[in-house]
Design a protein. Structure first.
Lengths: 180, 176
């Protein structure tokens, strides 16, 4: 009868599936199943009518499915995106401050540089001696300066002459003693 | 500049946000409290976002997130433990990770597995959870828990074997 045959086929199909699952289970407990095969096991055990010989494992695979349902609150995405925007704004402000800091630093260097250059120029002018103020302004002054200079020379020459006389005196004494 | 920021945000929404529940569950199993687990995930994501320019150095972003989640969760448990050592057990420790609608779904068999899982040594339990609940590859589990692939396989095998033995045992005693 066709109805019986259908039942038979269904039985065979279930039997085949149950065999396949038993083999998969062995593989599973050996730690040899792929993620896909593990999903097949979970799917199989989530059905209502699990063959009796496989019932002890139903709880295990149902447990995995129950655990997979635990999830974050619905507003989590919103919260995290808000946090991210906040942190982004912080970085933005920090970045902006840094830009201003750089501008300020550049200005400081520029002004400092200008000041230094200016200061250096003035100093170098100061360093050159203005001899003109030592120059004689009138002929009298020039005369006086000349006298001063000649007096200095004379003094030095006199000092030399004195030394020479002393030396000559000594020679004369020696000569006298030699003659006597 | 603005454009790259938007692109990053897009990337963040497409690749990082979808793993939020996975990270949440992982954190939840360590800290045992949904609010704190959510805080952990938020911290992880902020960390990812702030370090987004260096993410190219990380080979597997998901495993890296798992590993950060694990470390932050452990820190949280430790600091909580320090804070609460003088206090009696808080009410939120009783069974915080099961919402009312969920606990109704928990059949006896499922609760039994839950307690069997809880009794496993920590690493065995974590490896099995990451595989069977979070559907991570062995390599990803190894990265997340800082183990070798070989260790992951050994722990997984031991964990499943131990659960199986106890399931069969309870069956033969008529407990289910």
């Amino acid at each position: 009868m066709p109805e019986n045959q259908l039942e038979n086929n269904l039985f065979n199909l279930n039997h085949m599936e149950s065999n396949k699952i038993t083999a998969l289970l062995e593989k599973y407990f050996e730690g040899q199943t792929s993620l896909e095969e593990e999903k097949q096991l979970r799917d199989f055990f989530s059905k209502e009518n699990v063959p009796e010989n496989l019932l002890p494992y139903k709880g295990l695979f149902n447990y995995f499915e129950v655990e997979q349902e635990a999830s974050l609150s619905k507003d989590f995405d919103e919260k995290i995106l808000e946090e991210i925007q906040k942190s982004e704004m912080d970085t933005g402000i920090r970045r902006m401050n840094f830009t201003w800091f750089r501008v300020a630093a550049m200005l400081a260097i520029a002004i400092g540089g200008l000041f230094l250059v200016k200061n250096f120029n003035t100093k170098s002018q100061d360093n050159t001696i203005d001899w003109s103020k030592y120059e004689a302004q009138t002929p009298e002054e020039a005369y006086e300066e000349t006298i001063k200079a000649l007096a200095l020379v004379s003094k030095k020459l006199n000092a030399g002459e004195k030394e020479t006389r002393k030396g000559m005196e000594k020679i004369r004494k020696i000569n006298k003693e030699v003659i006597q | 500049m603005r454009r790259t920021c938007n692109m990053d945000l897009q990337m963040f929404q497409n690749t990082i946000l979808p793993i939020k529940d996975k990270l949440f569950r992982f954190a939840l199993r360590i800290v045992g409290n949904p609010m704190e687990a959510e805080d952990v995930v938020q911290e992880v994501f902020i960390k990812v976002w702030k370090g987004r320019n260096n993410l190219s150095e990380i080979q597997n972003l998901e495993a890296w997130c798992m590993s950060v989640t694990r470390n932050l969760s452990i820190d949280k448990v430790r600091s909580k433990f320090r804070r609460e050592t003088d206090l009696p057990e808080g009410a939120d420790w009783t069974d915080p990770n099961i919402s009312p609608h969920k606990s109704a779904e928990l059949t006896d068999a499922v609760s039994r597995v839950k307690s069997l899982m809880a009794a496993l040594p920590d690493t065995q339990r974590q490896v099995m959870e990451l595989r069977d609940i979070e559907e991570l590859s062995y390599q990803e589990i190894a990265d997340a828990l800082e183990l070798s692939m070989e260790q992951v396989k050994v722990y997984l095998h031991r964990a499943r074997k131990s659960i199986r033995e106890q399931l069969i045992q309870s069956e033969s005693y008529g407990i289910q």
